[in-house]
Design a protein around this ligand. Structure first.
Ligand code: ME8
Length: 512
């Protein structure tokens, strides 16, 4: 095992009965940004995503199409994987719950908990919402329908294995109390605290009403409940329990499970109690982000308003979509997607602010110094202020990334971009260029600008990897090297560096 700092983060594993939309892209993207940032800070990152393939919904969808559930899954998985390629997602592993490695881990977890006597055979009777794969008690129903999605529920009675979740109520509360960052944001933590305080019931963790799932060890009349199966992906992908590659030992417990608010209870109540029962460490953090609506409405197939990320990427490019989704809405709150807001962000933040900074700086360097970076002369106050601003932004960035406050991280970077643009206006290089006695001063101003462009290319890289590469290509640096550790101090760009004149990196979009 190396001594390198480790960071493990995960997305939910997505159901294969739906095709990927911007909601899925959002979670995966946020994780990718964090993964890239941590890598740039010298961490060895394990970034996991994948697909949740078992359960009645997939079984029914496959039946309706006349294919096997696995054929259906194979088809849909490709759509997720090709979208992640197109969005430049840098995951380390892609787990599918239909894989053998996953089945072994799930069955092992079941047996471990069973040996502790925390699983027993009983009979289940409750209201089941098939689309949500969730059981509800009579009192939880809203007018007889599922309180989450509003669709009708069915009364189900069946033999079932139960997990003694009730036994872990106090232990879970103690853990949440002792670890203020365990569930974030804070409002979500409070929601879970009150849910747990109301009392935990034992949880039915097997089904006999369908067969597309992982058999209960020793009783294959039953398949495991999809959430018992799905949640275990976070350790099965690490090689639990055999751990031949030492991944589980290196990376568990996970630093953060990033999820949408819809599945918080499963992650903050079920998963930790399974782990407590099995005697395994709990994840360090569970972060639930908000939900996107589209032009003010809930995304739904029936409204035909599902935003297809592939089309957005084809039209605007992966970086613009990545920037927009993380800049527009504070991570943790709900947000609304609209094409006009996206176009506005591209034109103002990307084409105007960032794009102009890069093209103005490189055009002036080309004009005044034939594209060769001069040696900087003595710093004036305006230069020192700019350099101090940079170190403030750098520490803000670190703090915001630590808090998964992606929009604030981008705001900080953009305050640097604006300061750099203002520096151009204030120092007016075109005036200095007219006066031969100001050549050294002009050289200093140009050096500072290009050095800032380099540093900004590193800071934006986790969010917009293609843009980072483009800018470093223009600067004549190694385009793929976005490492911040060791490269984020002022003054690393060397005089004599040949720098190209940039083509616009973000063309303006005409409003339709
Ligand atoms: O729940 N806005 O899978 P899923 C933002 N298989 N995010 C959204 C969204 C929206 N409108 N719609 C979906 C499952 N998401 C389970 C998870 S994990 C062990 C098992 C995102 O395909 C968000 O991250 O329904 C949400 O949690 C996830 O997609 C649900 O994906």
């Amino acid at each position: 095992m190396t001594n390198q700092k480790k960071f493990y983060l995960s997305t939910p594993i997505y159901y294969v009965n739906d095709v990927p939309h911007i909601g899925h892209a959002y979670t995966t993207l946020a994780c990718d940004v964090l993964a890239r940032y941590k890598r740039s800070r010298g961490y060895e990152v394990f970034f996991l995503t994948g697909t949740d393939e078992h359960g009645q919904k997939v079984e029914k969808a496959a039946q309706a199409k006349g294919e096997t559930p696995l054929d259906l899954a194979d088809r849909v998985v490709k759509r997720f994987q090709s979208l992640w390629d197109k969005l430049n997602i840098s995951h380390t592993d892609f787990i599918r719950t239909s894989q053998e490695r996953h089945k072994l881990a799930v069955q092992h977890l079941f047996r471990t908990i069973e040996e502790k006597d925390d699983i027993y055979l009983g009979e289940y009777e409750d209201w089941y919402c098939t689309p949500c794969e969730t059981f509800w008690t009579e009192t939880q129903l809203m007018d007889g329908n599922c309180p989450d999605c509003g669709r009708p529920t069915d009364k189900l009675k069946e033999e079932s294995y139960f997990f003694r979740m009730s036994k872990y109520q106090q232990q879970l509360l103690d853990h949440i109390d002792a670890h203020p960052d365990f569930i974030q944001p804070k409002s979500r933590r409070n929601e879970i605290l009150s849910f747990v305080r109301e009392g935990l019931r034992d949880l039915s963790i097997s089904r006999t009403s369908f067969s597309w799932g992982i058999p209960v060890p020793g009783n294959d009349k039953h398949v495991l409940y999809v959430w018992f199966d799905a949640l275990t992906n976070y350790i099965s992908a690490l090689g639990f329990p055999d751990d031949d590659e030492n991944r589980y030992a290196s990376f568990w417990p996970c630093n953060v499970h990033v999820i949408g608010k819809d599945i918080l209870r499963f992650h903050a109540v079920y998963w930790p109690t399974f782990l407590l029962a099995a005697g395994l460490p709990l994840p360090q953090k569970i972060f639930a982000h908000g939900w996107w609506t589209v032009e003010g409405q809930k995304m739904s197939k029936s409204l035909a308003n599902v935003v297809e990320p592939n089309r957005l990427i084809d039209k605007y490019g992966a970086d613009a979509v990545r920037y927009f989704l993380l800049r527009e809405v504070p991570f943790g709150l709900d947000g609304d997607f609209s094409h006009s807001a996206l176009v506005h962000r591209i034109n103002s933040d990307l084409a105007n602010d960032l794009g102009n900074l890069v093209s103005r700086s490189t055009a002036m360097l080309s004009k005044y110094f034939k594209g060769v970076l001069p040696e900087p002369g003595p710093a004036e106050e305006i230069d020192t202020v700019l350099i101090e601003k940079f170190s403030t932004v750098l520490s803000e960035l670190d703090q915001h990334m630590e808090n998964l406050a992606f929009n604030r991280a981008l705001q900080s970077i953009w305050s640097m971009v604006s300061a750099a643009n203002k520096y151009i206006d204030d120092t007016a290089p075109w005036g200095l260029a007219k006066d031969p006695s100001q050549e050294q001063r002009l050289g200093t101003v140009m050096y500072n600008l290009l050095e800032l462009v380099r540093l900004i290319s590193l800071m934006v890289s986790p969010f917009m990897p293609e843009t980072g590469v483009k800018i470093r290509t223009i600067l004549g640096l190694d385009p793929e090297d976005a490492t911040m550790d060791g490269h984020d101090q002022w003054g690393s760009l060397l005089a004599g560096q040949k720098i190209a004149k940039a083509e616009p990196i973000f063309p303006r979009i005409e409003k339709e």
